[in-house]
Write a protein that binds this ligand. Sequence first.
Ligand code: NAD
Ligand code: MG
Length: 297
Amino acid sequence: MTTQYTFTDPAKLYADIEPSKQHQPEPGLDAELTPKAALGEDTYVGSGRLEGRKALITGADSGIGAATAIAFAREGASVAMSYLPEEKADADRIAGILREAGATVVQIPGDLRDAEYCRALVAQAVEELGGLDILVNNGGKQLFNEDLTTLTDEQFDATFKTNVYAMFWVTKAALPHLPAGSAIINTTSIQAYSPSAILVDYASTKATINAFTKALGQQLAPKGIRVNAVAPGPIWTPLQVSDGQPQEKVAEFGEETPLGRMGQPAELAPAYVYLASAESSYVIGETLNVNGGMPTP
Ligand code: NAD
Ligand code: MG
């Protein structure tokens, strides 16, 4: 069986998953992605690294969040999943995989742009998991726009609400419940350092997430709560085919990386496991880049 530990040439790994031109309405579904993304369903093997831990993951239905949820469950954690109601099909499939791993799973659909939902999400996760010691802020919005004069106030606001405000609201609500030893992991992007001309609003939110992570990491370290971030490069997820990129760019997605290919959500999950686990006890305010080799500051 091939697992995340199988010795392989990383330039060839998943290279057979070739994206083709396609489009989905936002937020997009993993179920409709062609070819299918690798979420680690068939490869991720746990070894007790998160035994007994209690995690809340936003955007846990698909892509990077789903791969992280699968890894967390197989490492022994209970998982509360946040996602949009229209993503129920993806979320139900992932919840099934987590339960097969023996995990307690709580599904809490709602809209992260709503502060009330963010607070209720944390309250329900804490209630049903019996506490919380891992928070993964991963839900995100990316819509390309080629001309700032046509970037609507509504989109600018929604991108910041989803990517930045929700992280603030969920983290703030979670803090009173997080014991020493807990981990908060935010999801930033290569766009924080190397922004695309067509992602002005999105890239700005990702730079904000890096600064938020480094500031809060210092604030919470004395309390024994570690804050870190993961910065993915081009990863094959529904976000990219629901106007995250122009359709004609999808076919060459990821070819600009030194590895010459896009990444798969399964390749992100181990970074989140590492930052969530007690093994990263001296790692705070770090951004772990998982991007196929693109240089970062
Ligand atoms: P994805 O579409 O699978 O996941 C994003 C999730 O965000 C959705 O599944 C949805 O549940 C959630 N979401 C979006 N708007 C929401 C809202 N208003 N309310 C509640 N939930 C909402 O795509 P992904 O690529 O796995 O994205 C996960 C994270 O990774 C995002 O923060 C994204 O910015 C980041 N990221 C992705 C890439 C990439 O190339 N795919 C690169 C860098 C960073
Ligand atoms: Mg989704």
